[in-house]
Design a protein around this ligand. Structure first.
Ligand code: 1GP
Length: 236
């Protein structure tokens, strides 16, 4: 599993990784070569592609176009099973572990199987944990679940560790796209201390300072979407 190995070995060596998240719904295909140049300038390790509301077929043509413009690995971060496409390199096979909605714990995953059985995608089992980012993010609206409060570190840690015991290869702490409050550093460091698999953190990270603090506290891979989209993130 080349992508997972890359993340695992970076995590072991303490090397920090960056992913830029693109929402096919918000980025126009005409801008792709320009977007790719900006991503390459940031030296991002991955391009994540996904969104909460994307029409059928839009992700596939978007990723195809991306693929033609860059060699950076493309990883699907799908809002639902219809967003899965072979033009990408890998797939975060997400289970929303913080929620109690079976649709996002197992139903969507089952619906993806007919496609995935014949797919070339690297499938990466990922425990997805929503932390309250102070906004009614689209992932909350779509999943109809309650996020874990920032103060409830114990619950966040137990959820992450349960995910690891269930065999997830990555844990993703998510404050929600455009979150007012990113995942707090104490929570990141406590989760990190308690798991032996790589940790992804995203949602509401807008500055180099926040990025570096997330890394310092134990994030192995940070995901930036909104700030990149708004051209607010230059990592200088
Ligand atoms: C959202 O974690 C990602 O799923 C990134 O969030 O858009 O706030 O950067 P932002």
């Amino acid at each position: 599993k080349p992508l997972l190995n890359l993340i695992q070995s970076a995590s072991k060596k303490g090397e920090k990784l960056l992913a830029i998240l693109l929402d096919p719904d918000k980025s126009s295909p005409n801008e792709i070569s320009f977007i790719v140049k900006r991503i390459e300038k940031l030296k991002a390790d991955f391009i994540f592609v996904g969104g909460s509301f994307v029409e059928d077929g839009v992700t596939a043509s978007f990723v195809k176009k991306l693929r033609e413009n860059t060699t950076i690995p493309i990883v699907l971060f799908p809002g639902d099973y219809s967003q899965v496409t072979n033009y990408a390199n890998g797939l975060l096979f997400l289970s929303l572990l913080s929620g109690r909605n079976p649709e996002y714990l197992i139903e969507q995953q089952i619906k993806a199987v007919p496609f995935l059985k014949n797919s070339t995608l690297e499938i990466i089992p990922t425990g997805y944990i929503l932390i309250d980012g102070g906004t009614n993010s689209s992932v909350l609206k779509v999943s109809k679940t309650t996020p874990i409060p920032q103060e409830n570190i114990e619950l966040a840690v137990a959820t992450a560790v349960a995910g690891m015991y269930k065999g997830k290869q990555l844990i993703y702490l998510e404050a929600g796209s455009g979150a007012k409050q990113a995942v707090n550093y104490k929570l990141i460091s406590e989760v990190k201390k308690n798991i032996s698999i790589p940790l992804i953190v995203g949602g509401g990270i807008k500055s180099t300072e926040q990025l570096n603090n997330a890394y310092k506290n134990g994030a192995d891979l940070v995901v930036i979407g909104t700030a990149f989209e708004n051209n607010n993130f230059n990592n200088e």
